[in-house]
Design a protein around this ligand. Sequence first.
Ligand code: PLP
Length: 459
Amino acid sequence: MPLETGHMRRLVELDKATLHSSLCDPVLDSINFLNEVMDRYPRAISFAPGAPNTRFLDDLDVSAAISRYRTYLIDEKGLSETQVNRHLYQYGPSRGLINELVANTLQNDQGIKVAPESIVITVGCQEAILLALRALFASPTDLLAATNPCFSGMVGAARLLDVNIVPIDETDAGIDCDRLVEACRNARAVGNKVKALYVAPDFANPSGSMLDLETRERLLAVAAQESVLLLEDNAYAFTSPHNLALPTLKALDRCARVIYLGTFAKVCLPGARVGFVVADQAVRDSSGRPRLLADELAALKSMVTVNTSPVSQAIIAGMLLEHGCSLTSLSEEKNALYQRNLRLLLEALNRHLAPESGFPYRVSWNTPRGGFFVRLRLPVEVDNKLLQISADEYGVLWTPMRHFHLDASGNDYLRLSCSYLSPEHIEDGIRRLALFLRDPRVRPAPVSQGGVDARAVEA
Ligand SMILES: Cc1ncc(COP(=O)(O)O)c(C=O)c1O
């Protein structure tokens, strides 16, 4: 029998410095911090989460959606009850089960024509991001260009995979294409290569910015010229006013330059954790067998999550079938609610913070036409300390934008999300925010002329 020594009984303790560096990355810390603040102040009005409005979750009938898909499999695909049970309750193909329905949806809503084989159904858009990065980034000299500010899910995934990011600043047109060209050239000059650009052309998280049509076309041209793939994230396009909707990059793409990242989290339900990636790029290998990038992503997925839950896929499939494979139809009510919430948020900001409202100094914000997010610029540094005061003393939460910036340029911005709140909470929340912004620890020292501080800021 082995001797039990004090040494053997000591509990194992790991030194964080010996674990993967991403665990010490501020992007992971910031998400933890925000979750903690939300948990600590459950009664605060929160403009922090980009989650869908719970009203739609209360109305959901998940069993009806699964039944709808079962009926489709039996009536239209000729499966027996036993086969349907295997289909839904067994392990499934890594590529997914509902690819054909997703392909039909892309065609119906956006005129994107892709074969079901070019699609991989993933565990949320987050897995699609992770798989795409893992497949594309082969060496430390491969760089990811990303819009700055950037969705933290993309930054976090890049950190997990040791992918280096080059920030490309957002502009009023959505993205600085000249800066992208410059970044590609700078990278080449030192033996690196910008392999892909991450961009969310429709109401990006966190800025709410949108690429106009000319910029979309220019971006495709620049990407072709510089041999850069485009990773297009389409999470919020469904919130667009119908008369303003623009074609996605993938719809404009004629040469498989765009890898399209989709999610059903915002349109259907986040709890199903279903997203997808369209990867119709041809891949050459030494055997000469024709393959698609989607085949490679499915192979990677088989070693990550094996397959996306068939039950979850059935829920999404049922919802798509119920709406004739159209997210536009499926999201009609949601589109109206998010449009209304965004309008109410912008109106409340005007009412409480515009110079005409008597607010004592200038605060500026952008006015997106869709999406969940508005960006507010303050004349002071916006950090976790300020958020703590706001939560503790004013009962209102928001997100410091510095968490999303790839450099120090976002230190004076905060993000407000309107998706989650009722009209009453939006009004009360902005009223509280205005009180908080009058707090002497936030407002600039008055060097006032004519009642309004001279130290005005503009976005
Ligand atoms: C820009 C962006 N992409 C994708 C997603 C959705 O990811 P998932 O499908 O993993 O929930 C989000 C959710 O917050 C997002 O903001």
